[in-house]
Design a protein around this ligand. Structure first.
Ligand code: C2E
Ligand code: CA
Ligand code: CA
Length: 254
């Protein structure tokens, strides 16, 4: 499989799908999350869950991640030029990439290669990435945010109860995990947690994204709670480039 994944990279079998993200107040499209897929010649479209863990173990995630960064930055700039002003792209980072010495350089090359302003790139990391490595030993996160790149904490609320890292690291965005979104409307606890996350985020000056929004009731509750952005099947599934363009460029409101 590791060999096959290497071939996938070489043979250009990897794809990025883009899931739209909307501003809850203006209801306009603001950006997209890039989600990787492997168009396997025999097995069809493979989900990242099927090959990312393996690519992490073999170290192949480093070149795959660099490819994803380059591709996402290039695509975001193409759409900005096509009229999606201020469009930004969010790219998922693996812990392995985070530990790798060249991350800052890889990100800089992707931005420069695409001529994309750093503010238009958001890197999604998880709580465990910040905690397990004892923070940001090489100062990579600090350097990335100095350059203008935004940092987002993915799956927020699922990892750790320690929140001190939110003060210590230059985080811009937190993403409410989709398990909380899913229970909104059914379970009172979920609403209490979501309200607390939004309150916490806002008091720290962060923007809050809800992921996994599947119903209008969830969207309405999130809007009522002051959540800033929303992503989910209700608003748009992750789409291949051509479908994303057909749906969202240049119509940018839902
Ligand atoms: P994630 O970053 O938490 O991404 C969100 C996942 O939820 C995506 O699954 C997305 O397709 C799915 N999703 C979005 N909206 C909804 C919804 O309304 N309902 C439900 N049930 N699901 C929704 P996907 O694309 O299979 O990605 C799975 C995970 O793979 C991602 O989780 C991320 O951790 C990882 N991943 C994806 N692309 C990359 C990449 O380029 N690099 C790295 N390192 N990891 C990636
Ligand atoms: Ca993500
Ligand atoms: Ca997530």
């Amino acid at each position: 499989m590791a060999c096959a994944a290497r071939r996938a990279l070489r043979n250009r079998e990897l794809r990025l799908h883009y899931q739209p993200k909307f501003d809850m107040v203006t209801r306009r499209l603001v950006g997209a999350e890039a989600l990787i897929r492997w168009e396997h010649p025999d097995e069809g479209l493979l989900s990242p869950m099927e090959f990312i863990p393996l690519a992490e173990r073999s170290g192949l995630i480093v070149p795959i991640g660099a490819w994803a960064l380059n591709e996402a930055c290039r695509q975001a700039q193409t759409w900005r030029r096509a009229g999606l002003d201020d469009f930004h792209v969010a790219v998922n980072l693996s812990a392995v990439q985070f530990k790798h010495a060249d991350l800052l350089e890889t990100v800089s090359e992707a931005l420069d290669g695409a001529n994309l302003p750093a503010e238009a790139l958001e890197l999604e990391i998880t709580e465990s990435m910040l905690i397990d490595q004892g923070g940001d030993p090489g100062g990579t996160l600090a350097a990335l945010t100095m350059r203008g790149v935004h940092l987002s904490i993915d799956d927020f609320g699922t990892g750790y109860s320690s929140l001190s890292y939110l003060k210590r690291f230059p985080v811009n965005v937190i993403k409410i995990d989709r398990s909380f979104t899913a229970d909104l409307g059914d379970k009172q606890d979920a609403l209490v947690i979501v309200r607390a996350i939004i309150g916490l985020g806002h008091s720290l000056g962060l923007r809050v994204v809800a992921e996994g929004v599947e119903t209008q009731a969830q969207l309405d509750l999130l809007a009522a709670e002051g959540c800033d952005f929303a992503q989910g099947y209700l608003l748009g599934r992750p789409l291949p480039v051509t479908d994303f363009e057909r749906t969202f460029v240049p119509v940018t409101a839902f």
